[in-house]
Design a protein around this ligand. Structure first.
Ligand code: HSE
Length: 429
């Protein structure tokens, strides 16, 4: 039940985001009262480790997280513990107990968003998740509201700050992937196990959430093509630069033209150096999109960190508070399930590849013939001599179907003049 004299909040988790959220609610109390119409008060905070030193008095904290979500004295639950469980069970219970929910949990929303938001809507409750994508950048609410009248044709996002930090260090300071990863760990961006960030899982959850809102149906995660940045080398960055491109880890989703079908993917991508997305540096995030009426649009800002993420959480909390003040019925916007996703083999784009070949007459001709016979046109090339009668060749193709490109690349790999296919990446223009 709404308490119109004050809005009482329970926070699940007091890590980076939980602590930032608490600070913002306290530090910006006056602004919040002015915008909501009553104070927001943090009543209790749920933690896992009671022995850890905290910046608040002990009476705020409990390890009994279920007790917070069941507490009749709490109106809104903020979930910032992350991961699938126990967050999912706690949010389900919070909704069952009539609490509004604000969460920053990308994995949870990417996997269970449709069911949870539909449930919240049926119960007349709010469930908001702006902080799940892009940290402090407002993306989710604009897609739900201001951009909702558009047919979103395509979105491309730099959605993982850690990967972008690593790629930036590799580019700017000529560090190897391992050196840049160690730097990202030292700077507190990457975890000891960096899989979630560098292998594209985090980006996959985020682009899946954005796609679900833009296209109105939850995206089955197993239908998203996902690759990370471990295979990006300085050599490829160098050739990309010579050809006028930067390499970025992008989440990309686009309409295919068929009903209820999209093509959605996460992979390192060559982006023209003058594209706005190519200019996103360090741990910053960005989302570029094209809507049929709005045209091209770009959001960018800090995609992670305590205060930027808290900014998104508190924004959602203020939205909930305003709704409670007018006795609103909850503003969760449900979306369905079962989006169809076109297989990556049917993607039509341009490709970059780097080959080590025998440095002798007609090598180039034989390679070009194999591609040509498969309908894969070559658009640009760079070449240099290596030691031991070998050479290195980089090609950019014209637009072609991915399955034709990959099968012709396999045929090229089998040519006796080809030592190895060192790498290949997709290109966005
Ligand atoms: N680990 C994420 C990133 C931040 O590096 O962008 C939280 O989503």
């Amino acid at each position: 039940m709404a308490n119109c004299e004050r809005i009482r909040v329970g926070i699940l988790g007091f890590g980076t985001v939980g602590e930032g959220t608490y600070r913002m609610i306290c530090d910006n109390e006056e602004e919040i009262v002015q915008k909501v119409g009553c104070p927001i008060e943090v009543r209790r905070i749920g933690i896992r480790d009671p022995k850890k030193e905290r910046s608040l008095p002990g009476e705020f904290f409990t390890t009994d997280l279920e007790d917070i979500v069941s507490d009749p004295e709490i109106d809104v639950v903020i979930e910032v513990i992350g991961g699938e469980e126990p967050a999912l069970s706690l949010i389900d219970l919070a909704l069952d107990k009539g609490k509004h929910v604000v969460t920053a949990n990308k994995e949870l929303i990417a996997k269970h968003g449709s069911r949870l938001v539909t449930k919240a809507r049926k119960l007349g409750l709010d469930l908001h998740f702006e902080a799940a994508v892009g940290g402090g950048i407002p993306i989710v609410q604009p897609l739900k509201h201001q951009l909702a009248g558009n047919d979103i044709v395509k979105m491309m996002g730099v959605l993982n700050g850690t990967s972008n930090f690593i790629l930036t260090k590799m580019w700017d300071e000529e560090q190897t992937f391992d050196e840049a990863l160690a730097g990202a760990q030292k700077a507190g961006y990457a975890e000891a196990d960096p899989t979630n960030d560098v292998d594209g899982f985090d980006t996959m959850y985020k682009i899946a959430i954005l796609a679900a809102i833009a296209f109105g149906k939850q995206i089955p995660l197993d239908l998203i093509h996902r690759e990370g940045i471990r295979k990006v080398t300085q050599k490829d960055m160098h050739y990309a630069e010579v050809l006028g491109y930067r390499i970025k880890l992008l989440g990309i989703v686009e309409e295919t033209g068929a009903d209820d079908e999209i093509l959605i993917r996460v992979h390192p991508t060559l982006v023209p150096e003058d594209h706005q997305v190519a200019k996103v540096e360090d741990a910053y995030n960005a989302l570029w999109l094209h809507g049929d009426f709005v045209g091209d649009l770009m959001f960018s800002g800090k995609g992670a960190g305590s205060f930027p993420t808290a900014s998104a959480v508190v924004g959602d909390l203020i939205d909930v508070g305003r709704n409670m003040m007018i006795g609103g019925s909850g503003s969760a916007i449900p979306y369905g399930e079962g989006m169809k996703c076109r297989p990556i083999g049917k993607l039509e784009t341009r490709y970059y590849m780097r080959l080590v070949v025998a440095d002798k007459p007609n090598t180039l001709g034989r390679i070009a013939t194999v591609f040509g016979e498969a309908g894969v046109g070559l658009a640009a090339m760079e070449m240099r001599t290596l030691e031991n009668d070998l050479g290195e060749i980089v090609f950019l193709t014209h637009k072609c179907v991915e399955s034709s490109f990959t099968s012709s690349l396999e045929d090229v790999r089998l040519l006796d003049v080809v030592e190895s296919v060192e790498s290949w990446f997709r290109v966005e223009d």
